[in-house]
Design a protein around this ligand. Structure first.
Ligand code: ADP
Ligand code: MG
Length: 339
């Protein structure tokens, strides 16, 4: 009997991985924005055309890449962020899988310009469907620009599955807002079809939330601050009288990463017990900092779900700190505070 098992070529493996990492243009936005944050950028500009179906471009003023790295970054499992399996338990970056760029380049046309501060000249590189088309020396500013065009050009089923521009753009705005809320100290701009949708100057968390959700948000916010051995909680919950019928603005960030957690949501709702009209939901913007070795982020490729070591303790601390803040809000003045 002859053997029938074969190792898949890299470009096929990349295309398969892309199916998990890149579901829609918004997934590209998330990965590129997070890379810019990891690169230490203080200014990040997102330019989108036709809800990302025509173009997603992210320009940053971060540390850029060397000539060698500008090619290596498109290899699978190529990352500058971890070296050993243990590093997974002390992550200080958004990325670590080394998968995003390889995946995106497998299913789109990618143009990259990058330059490190100390280099006089940078790199201009084009890669399409995992094939390097060109790589030239170029005069470019410090930092990195990625332009992603023709997303899913070689996966028609995915392309056809995309929703209307309104829906796809809503997903992009969601990702943009989440990254912007987690990094209030970075200046973010979003331009869609030539119009500036957001221009968020570097600021503190409270101001960032108000800049995104509108001036009236300020009066709704009640600060929450609590530090224990296992978690430090900062951020805001909204006064109960502003609760809404729909879920509205509800955000958890863990170590500056947006996450979804039904369990933690339940803890918040428990803190509001007796304060809400039936069927209404409060807004909240909660930032939890935990020791990196007490969580596992690597349970889903998009990293929006995480596992906590001590979920029960976290639940109790979250609930009691919010309860405490809500109990105080009508007597204590709402001070401007920096996270
Ligand atoms: P990961 O973020 O998990 O490391 P990616 O595929 O997203 O994987 O990126 C691969 C590598 O490319 C990163 O580790 C980083 O070294 C480099 N890189 C990507 N984007 C940027 C950027 N905007 N600026 C500087 N380096 C970048
Ligand atoms: Mg990344």
């Amino acid at each position: 009997m002859s053997s029938i098992i074969q190792l898949l070529p890299d470009h096929v493996a990349n295309q398969i991985a892309a199916g998990e990492v890149v579901q829609r243009p918004a997934s590209v936005v998330k990965e590129l924005l997070e890379n810019s944050v990891d690169a230490g950028a203080t200014e990040i500009k997102l330019i989108v055309k036709d809800a990302g179906k025509t173009l997603v471009q992210v320009i940053d003023n971060g540390k850029g890449m060397s000539v060698t790295d500008s090619r290596l970054c498109f290899e699978r499992h190529a990352t500058s962020k971890i070296r050993h399996a243990e590093d997974l338990f002390s992550l200080g970056t958004k990325g670590f899988r080394g998968e995003a760029l390889a995946s995106i380049a497998a299913i789109a046309h990618v143009e990259m310009k990058t330059k490190q501060e100390q280099d006089e000249l940078g790199t201009h590189l084009i890669i399409e469907g995992s094939k390097f088309v060109s790589q030239d020396v170029a005069v470019v500013p410090k930092g990195t620009s990625f332009s992603i065009k023709n997303l899913f050009f070689n996966i028609p089923a995915r392309r056809n599955f995309l929703k209307s521009d309104t829906v796809e753009f809503r997903h992009i705005v969601d990702e943009f807002e989440r990254v912007a809320m987690a990094h209030a100290n970075i200046h973010f701009v979003l331009i869609h079809n030539g119009s500036e949708m957001f221009n968020l100057p570097a600021s503190n968390t409270r101001q960032r939330i108000v800049n995104i959700f509108g001036g009236r948000t300020n009066e709704k916010l009640v600060p929450v601050n609590e530090t224990t051995e296992i978690v430090s909680i900062n951020g805001f919950v909204c006064k109960p009288e502003f609760a809404k019928k729909n879920r509205g603005e509800q955000f958890f960030f863990v170590n500056d990463r947006f996450i979804k957690s039904g369990y933690l949501h339940h803890a918040v709702m428990a803190a509001y017990e007796g304060l809400l009209k039936d069927g209404t939901q409060p807004g909240y913007f909660l930032y939890l900092d935990v020791p990196p070795n007490s969580i596992d982020i690597n349970i889903h490729p998009t990293k929006t779900e995480i596992k906590f070591d001590d979920e029960h303790a976290l639940y109790a601390i979250l609930r009691s700190s919010i309860k405490h803040s809500l109990g105080q809000f009508n007597v204590a003045p709402v001070l401007d505070f920096e996270r």
